[in-house]
Design a protein around this ligand. Structure first.
Ligand code: ACM
Ligand code: ZN
Length: 629
């Protein structure tokens, strides 16, 4: 009996020893009460460990460590200070004695903070760096500039902060609803702020101590309305949002800014944005047109590419590398650029196929501005649903061509802040999901088991330390119908579309509406079929049958422009030729609504064909199944 008990205790130790986030390569548990405070030895750069790790890629070799914890204290082997630092992060999560041998899967494990849409100060930022380092995130990408506010002191161009950093509207939404008005520092209606160079130096010092590289992003040529407000001469015309690549003044300003940014930040990468530029003004602007003619540029995509290439030369001449969102692929990629793939994974695939480096940050898995739980219980997100488990399920190598590991640097979570006015809310959106991304970046795919239990413990500790993380104990979870599906009379029956779905949202095409598979909390999971037009489908039950009910569930998500239909009609027929309308279901839901609404109706009839029609209100409407009983 005694033996049996101690065997059981051993098993418990095994299970709970494996409680690290991110999961290490190897854990060998041992008996005893761990002493986590006494360092018995520290060997950095020793021959034996160098030999043990010799076959690893250079970055993994540098970050590798071995940590042994005994009742007397702990010992660390590492090749570099970085490896030693990661051993200490693991130590903080140790609950038992044992030996951990570890190194990262990817060299780039990032988080992007948006400080433009709502300003965050240096104390908040440094607090987050501490938590990020604890899960071995090593890249902190700062989205420092955008329409909603310029957030970094630039001495040569003071109006960027005396004017570009101040707007009318405390929240991004208020600013948006008020017509995007700007103000100036000290004005009674001014809302905003910026980081001084002294603030940045404090952030950089903290980051260095935590072995985190801070990557500054200076957005160009889109998302630049605040820049043009401060210096109107760099826009094509007044009120423009895109910088004018036709004017030399634009390059003078950008180079002046980047010179100071490069002087301040030691990061090998300088991020230049490059995303979502609306290039229409460039077609009308005489300076842009003259530039295109002089440079032999065929279209406005090539004009954006001209700007990015010129900035890349400048950045390279200053000994740094250019990083940009995947739009920088359009119109021809600059020679040495690294691509951050956000519009799905295609940009990353393309970049590595062309021999460029890429960082993966596809919206579906890495955009932390989506709600993380049932939308009815959550503060409004920016559109979409991303649970901690879905974020954790991502594999950056999926869909990559052979040899991609040469160029696939890693993964990053992005947290855009349009809908996040407060610091508390920002932390709530960061944690625990960034820990899932950290594990995607650090851990070997076969070591990711038991994440739920491990991350819950890590997250509970974070909450105890004063972070406003989302509480995993209160998670509602996926939409029940998503998990369970639905059974009904029309299951597997053929559907004829009088109007096809929108090309961007086909779901399972003709099978979607009768496959018994239901969508989740948002439109992006490949189970919701999207329409900009009427939905008009006919289901063939393949024999005349008594019918009691017809209904369909629609998504409502105003953020990304998804609305309920104005009304739904149900028509029935025995022969497929002559249809009789048996119900009209009006939309009785007040906007704004989040989540989904069932449009269903009882019917009493015999029929073989069910025609289901939905008229859109505006924007998209999304349907996952037509249930017939
Ligand atoms: C982005 O989300 N516009 C990069
Ligand atoms: Zn122009």
């Amino acid at each position: 009996m005694k033996r049996f008990l101690s065997l059981l205790a051993g098993l418990v130790i095994c299970a709970s020893a494996f409680s690290q986030v991110p999961a290490p390569v190897q854990i060998t548990p041992a008996e005893g009460t761990p002493n986590l405070t006494k360092e018995l030895s520290r060997k950095i750069g020793g021959k034996a460990f160098a030999k043990k790790t010799a076959a690893l890629p250079a970055y993994a070799w540098e970050e590798a460590y071995e940590l042994t914890v005994t009742p007397k204290g702990y010992k660390v082997l590492a090749n570099t200070e970085e490896g030693y630092f990661y051993a200490l992060q693991t130590l903080k999560q140790m609950q038992t004695c044992g030996t951990v041998y570890d190194y990262p899967r990817f060299q780039y494990r990032g988080f992007m903070m948006d400080v433009s849409r709502h300003f965050r100060d240096k104390d908040f930022i440094i607090k987050q760096l501490e938590a990020l380092a604890s899960v071995k995130i090593n890249q902190f990408h700062m989205h420092l500039t955008d329409d909603a506010g310029w957030r970094i002191q630039i001495d040569k161009y003071p109006r960027l902060t005396t004017h570009g950093a101040w707007r009318v509207g405390d929240t991004w939404q208020e600013w948006q609803d008020g017509g995007n008005k700007y103000s100036y520092e000290g004005a009674p209606d001014a809302s905003g702020g910026y980081l001084t160079k002294a603030d940045i130096r404090e952030i950089l010092a903290a980051a260095e101590r935590l072995h985190i590289t801070v990557i500054p992003e200076i957005e160009m040529p889109g998302h630049s309305r605040e820049t043009i407000y401060a210096y109107p001469e760099v826009g094509c015309m007044e009120g423009a949002r895109e910088l004018c690549p036709g004017k030399e003044a634009t390059f003078e300003l950008l180079e002046g800014i980047l010179e100071e940014v490069i002087e301040l930040f030691p990061s090998p990468y300088i991020h230049v944005g490059g995303d979502e530029a609306d290039k229409r003004n460039w077609k009308e602007c005489p300076d842009c047109q003259a530039r295109m003619k002089a440079e032999g540029l065929a279209n406005v995509e090539e004009l954006q590419s001209y700007l990015i290439k010129r900035m890349e030369r400048f950045i390279n001449d200053h000994g740094r590398q250019l990083l940009g969102w995947d739009e920088i692929l359009e119109g021809g990629l600059s020679p040495n650029a690294t691509v951050m793939s956000w519009r799905g994974t295609q940009g990353g695939v393309e970049a590595v196929s062309q021999g460029h480096d890429a960082v993966m940050t596809p919206g579906r898995y890495c955009y932390l501005d989506k709600v993380q739980d049932a939308p009815i219980y959550e503060p409004e997100g920016f559109g979409g649903f991303l649970s901690v488990d879905v974020a954790h399920s991502y594999d950056p190598m999926e869909g990559m061509p052979e040899g991609a590991e040469m160029h696939l640097l890693g993964v990053q979570g992005n947290l855009w802040a349009e809908k996040i006015p407060t610091d508390e809310h920002y932390e709530y959106m960061m944690y625990p999901r960034i820990a899932a991304i950290a594990e995607v970046g650090w851990s070997q795919p076969d070591r990711k088991d038991g994440f739920r239990e491990r991350v819950t413990r890590w997250n509970d500790n974070l909450i105890a330390a004063g972070y406003h993380a989302f509480d995993l104990h209160k998670e509602y979870g996926e939409r029940p119908a998503y998990k369970n599906g639905v059974k009904h009379l029309a299951l597997g029956k053929p559907v004829k579309y009088n109007q096809l779905w929108n090309r961007g949202y086909p779901a399972a095409r003709e099978a979607t509406l009768t496959d018994g598979i239901c969508g989740g909390w948002s439109y992006g999971d490949g189970r919701w079929q999207g329409f900009l037009t009427d939905i008009d489908v006919v289901i063939d039950l393949e024999s005349v049958q008594p019918i009691h009910y017809v209904g369909g569930t629609f998504l409502c998500e105003p953020g990304p422009g998804i609305f309920l239909p104005k009304s739904v009609e149900v028509w029935l027929s025995a022969d497929g030729e002559n249809f009789e309308q048996v119900a009209t279901i009006p939309n009785e839901i007040q906007e704004p609504c989040q989540s989904y609404v069932l449009f269903g109706t009882p019917v009493t009839a015999e029929a073989r064909y069910v025609r289901f029609v939905a008229h859109p209100t505006r924007g998209f409407h999304f349907l996952d199944e037509v249930v017939v009983n």
